[in-house]
Design a protein around this ligand. Sequence first.
Ligand code: NIG
Ligand code: FE
Length: 380
Amino acid sequence: MSILIDDIGLLVTNDPERGPLTAERRDAAVIVDDGVIAWVGDRVDAPAADERIDAGGRCVIPGFVDSHSHLVFAGDRSEEFAARMSGHPYTAGGIRRTVALTREATDAELAANTARLVAEMRAQGTTTVEIKGGYGLTVDDEARSLMVAGSFTAETTYLGAHVVPPEFAGDPAGYVELVTGAMLDACAPHARWVDAFCDDGAFDVDQARSILTAGQARGLGARLHAGQLGESGGVRLAVELGAASVDHCTFLNEADVDALAAGSTVATLLPGVEFSTRQPYPDARRLLDAGVTVAIATDCNPGSSFTSSMPFCVALAVREMGMTPAEALWAATAGGAQALWRHDVGRVAVGARADFVVLDAPSYVHLAYRPGVPLVARVI
Ligand code: NIG
Ligand code: FE
């Protein structure tokens, strides 16, 4: 069945052939055939279709690609957030609280919580989401977390190396052995990606290297958390291993920026984290000016960033990270797609998936210009 999306006042295509960044078209139309984009052009030239959706002259953008989230967990940590807002710093220590609650939860409870958050994301225009495990930290709990994640997305990420769980407190090397051995055996069949948290209080560069390379040897793509709490060699490790993305990048030195600029690893910035931890925001301008490919994602999780809203993250990126509205929108759509090695999402082009957001606004600039206002009129 074919659908004509007609009377698009402003269409963001992200089509590299049409120019830099968002590549916009005015007075456009799109034909969708069986969920795939079949035609894009001026509305006056649009061919006939079985059905017609009227965009009413509004702005249409590609669905958001949220390339970093941790949705499989139980409970929340609102008290920890409140404590931070009265001056306590964020540390990775709170993760263990969520791990304890997640281990106690049933599969059905984990699936229901994940479904609720995926629905929140969808209502705010996210049409592709990556979901990590990382709150189970036993062989069985990581495997079931990935099975839950896999019922919502193909972009599932094995994060057994989130922190060292309490039962391995005296034996981090033993835990890395489990993560690269029996836990990987149980999780690899359910995962597309392998990730690790390479930062103060979590895993060091050597540990992260052995975890990512073990995952890569099993056919998983690599991605890495690095530079959230301090500078580490994690950013350069990610580039060296050909990771799809290195995420956070709040603390970077010159060598990190040079490595990112020379490599193909996307720098994924997560401004919801700095909002919720009162840390300084990452310097997107520095990365963009150096020629680094930047993505924006929510990092939705109960500790450091409990937002499911890509529009909120776009607004933060513009206001706090030195990005233009066009750069932020590109980073939240095409940038996220690149961070997941996906060519079929994040842009409006013939052959791509027909994932669109109709904004209740004449331009995507309103995403940052009108922060906190629900501007997603329709998700297609
Ligand atoms: O990406 N940094 C590591 N993991 C999450 C936080 C997890 C938590 O605090 O529960 C993150 O920010
Ligand atoms: Fe994260």
